[in-house]
Design a protein around this ligand. Structure first.
Ligand SMILES: [Zn+2]
Length: 416
């Protein structure tokens, strides 16, 4: 690569203008975003993104799960595209930058290459993954899951939101169920830029996070079954209160998290559904959702095993039946060493301060890393706050990460 290419910088003001236009679509009263996957607002954002991509000379294609791909041609017809992107959907009380920064930084990358008349050997392809957040349709990261083949298309399209609308219907309503046959084999690699969503970079005033891999994650649903009865006359010794079982489960999950806290292990009980959830009635059923995370995959497996081993004791103490019903696992992987090196080289050449870290949140790039060389770059975010309407970054926070993305992708795609 020539020095000319090493010196080019993204137009951060232009990127900021795109981010602020996005921030007008689905704005919440507190200045955050509620742009749930495949909502009307998501449709508006998607159409605007497609227009921007086409205006930048890209050919846009939509796959059957609604992932948007925008292709900027390369010079070598045999070279596969380098993918760059993230997600434009948000949480219910989400921020303006989570995911959005990664998609619009990709767009800015293409616009910058256009400004400088730079061609690349590999095409560069932008991507907006469908339903990353999982706030409307569960599970999260479903668009990238279908892309990699990890999730079946029929399964994904049949997911329902709280009103019973399927993901497939919602895609149809906003006009984003495409026909393009696109799969991971067609691509060279993926680069995803994202805000850190934690405080490490911001606290240490470090400019660029080099994400080398991901925490191992185990999510699981626990069902606690007891027996209903009147809360008055039923003697203490004859109660089978499922909510008491759930309390024991919650404490056991918490204790297992603390037992690995010195090694950065974490545990959460995040959701509880209680039946019948009425005054005067002993609850007979609780469904709860829990989560273990650990930097080391073998350790997260141990946390899960430790929980299962405690179930007989929790059942005895609560006089309820406790069963682990569903589980899911992701993360625990390391990103592609070559792609990570390109990120590191780009940061070093630009003189940015860097920190190697693992992502503790789920990201589409983690799915994609199962089938393609991939890397992630983190920018600092104010106070490490995200999934919050007050989520914020400054231009100075994002400029280094955006330029590292630009240079790493240019190196991978081969500027000519
Ligand atoms: Zn995100």
């Amino acid at each position: 690569m020539t020095t000319r290419h090493n010196n080019i910088r993204a137009d951060i003001g232009r990127l900021w203008a795109s981010l602020m236009r996005s921030a007008e679509i689905g704005t919440t009263p507190k200045g955050g975003l509620k742009r749930l996957a495949l909502s009307a607002d998501d449709g508006v954002m998607r159409r605007e993104f497609v227009e921007w991509c086409e205006a930048a000379g890209c050919k846009v294609e939509i796959d059957p799960i609604g992932n948007i791909f925008a292709f900027r041609p390369g010079t070598d017809p045999t070279a596969k595209p380098v993918l760059v992107g993230s997600h434009l959907d948000t949480q219910i009380k989400g921020g303006r930058f989570d995911g959005i920064l990664g998609v619009l930084a990709g767009l800015e990358l293409v616009r910058t290459l256009n400004d400088h008349g730079i061609q690349t050997r590999h095409p560069v392809a932008l991507v907006n993954w469908t339903n990353e957040e999982g706030a409307r349709f569960e599970p999260p990261m479903i668009g990238s899951g279908v892309f990699t083949g990890g999730k079946a298309l029929d399964f994904a399209l049949s997911r329902t939101d709280k009103d019973g609308i399927t993901l497939g219907q919602a895609l149809g309503e906003i006009g984003f169920q495409g026909k393009a046959k696109i799969n991971a084999d067609m691509f060279d690699s993926l680069f995803e830029l994202h805000i850190e969503q934690g405080p490490r970079l911001d606290d240490a005033k470090i400019q660029v996070g080099i994400v080398t891999g991901a925490f191992g994650v185990r999510g699981f649903v626990v069902e606690v079954t007891g027996e209903t009865g009147h809360v008055g006359p039923t003697p203490m010794a004859k109660r089978h209160n499922a909510l008491v079982g759930a309390a024991h489960v919650t404490l056991a999950v918490e204790e297992i998290g603390w037992s690995e806290a010195q090694n950065h292990g974490k545990s959460t009980t995040m959701r509880v559904k209680v039946e019948p959830n009425l005054l005067g009635i002993l609850p007979d059923f609780v469904e709860m959702t829990c989560d273990f995370r650990h930097p080391e995959e073998p350790s997260v497996i141990k946390m899960m095993d430790a929980f299962k081993a405690r179930i007989p004791e929790l059942e005895e103490r609560s006089r309820c039946r406790i069963a682990v019903k569903e589980g899911w696992a992701y993360g625990g992987m390391r990103f592609d060493a070559d792609c990570v090196d390109l990120v590191r080289d780009a940061a070093q050449k630009a003189g940015y301060s860097t920190l190697d870290l693992l992502t503790e949140a789920g990201h589409d790039a983690m799915h994609v890393a199962e089938v393609l060389p991939a890397a992630m770059i983190f920018t600092p975010c104010e106070g490490g706050l995200s999934h919050n309407e007050a989520e914020n970054v400054s231009l100075a926070d994002i400029e280094p990460g955006v330029n590292v993305l630009l240079q790493a992708v240019l190196a991978r795609a081969g500027a000519v």
